[in-house]
Design a protein around this ligand. Structure first.
Ligand code: AMP
Length: 355
């Protein structure tokens, strides 16, 4: 048996009820509802303002019912209603970002995965403590701007879509940086970016074993980031700046990629270390997560970020990916989440995957 994340009291509403997959209508919700439907679970879509009209265009991904609230901050007030409906909340990037990690962690409804992970993910210093403690290589970090010895990227805390990130070619260029919030200065790593979608199941007893469970690779993507991705056309950052445009990393979409097969061992090793360390630090990270890093020309994978829930790049693979197809044909991350709920319930182990 693995770690119990949810107390028996929290799971009372699920006794005798079929778990209802519930999330905010945005980000990867179409995939999450579609996956739940394939596994026979009911669904609730929380709509901010009004249900997005595009849902009408996707009948196989429309939730069974909508709950409408004026703003994200009103969601916690729905807790009693959601508990009565047997809701299991599936966190995704937009949900956590707009409600705020602290508010999300307090929500009084069963949540898929370990909500303790939020405190470690949302603070870049704690995130580094976790990843470096796992023996994972990260871009060098500079405590003091005077130590900078090459190109750097200055990043704000939180998943704000890379907005306002600042690139400096050297220490001198850093003098122009005017912070507008808590930030870190990192080595700018030259290489190829990969966003690798994993799934950790603490209740599975087959496959690539890690901790008490197993690790699956479900897909991979690269992000289209406006307007930094335009650099190759303009040649250099200075050219953007001359045109009065500050480079940003605001994500506008995702493209599929695969990794050289010989590098898969490295990718699994990094992910396994991150999971093992999470078990020691806070009882383990459960379900989907994304390891985000840069493969350098000497084939070192430097991890700059980890997302500890379903990422939008998985939307590429609603009907399977070159990796998930080798686990089960047509498997999406959304469907894998629903499967985990169904399997844990059948095994009486919901308290290991919900918190
Ligand atoms: P993050 O908010 O950490 O996910 O970073 C946003 C984007 O900035 C990433 O998707 C990368 O394109 C880029 N990036 C982040 N860290 C680095 C780094 N150390 N070196 C080069 N590019 C980076």
């Amino acid at each position: 048996m693995g770690v119990r994340l949810a107390s028996a009291a929290r799971l009372v509403p699920l006794e005798g009820r079929t778990p209802t997959v519930t999330t905010v209508c945005s980000h990867s919700s179409l995939q999450i509802f579609h996956g739940a439907r394939l596994e026979g679970l009911p669904t609730i879509g929380i709509a901010i303002g009004k249900p997005p009209r595009f849902y009408d265009a996707f009948p196989r991904a429309r939730p069974d019912r909508f709950l409408t609230v004026e703003r994200h901050s009103n969601v916690p007030a729905l807790a009693e209603h959601l508990r009565e409906a047997g809701a299991v909340i599936i966190p995704h990037g937009s949900f956590v970002e707009y409600l705020g990690a602290e508010e999300f962690a307090k929500i009084d409804v069963p949540v898929f995965g370990n909500r303790n992970v939020l405190a470690w993910e949302s603070d870049r210093r704690k995130e580094r403590e976790w990843l470096e403690g796992a023996g994972v290589e990260m871009p060098k970090r500079f405590e003091d701007a005077n130590e900078v010895d090459g190109p750097v990227i200055v990043k704000y805390y939180g998943a704000k879509g890379g907005k306002g990130f600042f690139l400096a070619k050297n220490r001198e260029a850093l003098a122009d940086f005017r912070p507008t919030g808590p930030y870190v200065i990192q080595e700018y790593v030259l290489g190829t970016r990969y966003y690798i979608h994993f799934f950790y199941s603490p209740i599975s007893d087959r496959g690539y074993r890690v901790g008490h469970g197993s690790l699956e690779l479900l897909g991979m993507d690269r992000r289209d980031e406006a307007n930094i991705d335009e650099l190759y056309k303009l040649g250099a950052q200075e050219e953007l700046l001359k045109a009065g445009i500050r480079p940003t990393f605001v994500v506008t979409g995702n493209v599929p990629v695969v990794l050289r097969e010989s590098l898969l061992d490295n990718a699994f090793d990094v992910a396994a270390r991150i999971v093992e360390r999470s078990i020691d630090l806070f009882g383990g990270m459960v379900g989907p997560f994304c390891v985000e890093g840069i493969m350098t020309e000497d084939l070192r994978f430097k991890v700059f970020e980890i997302s500890t829930r379903i990422v939008a790049g998985t939307n590429l693979y609603i009907s399977g990916s070159p990796y998930s197809d080798l686990v089960e044909p047509g498997l999406s991350t959304g469907r894998r989440i629903a499967q985990e709920i169904v399997r844990a319930r059948a095994a009486g182990r919901l308290n290991e995957i919900l918190s």
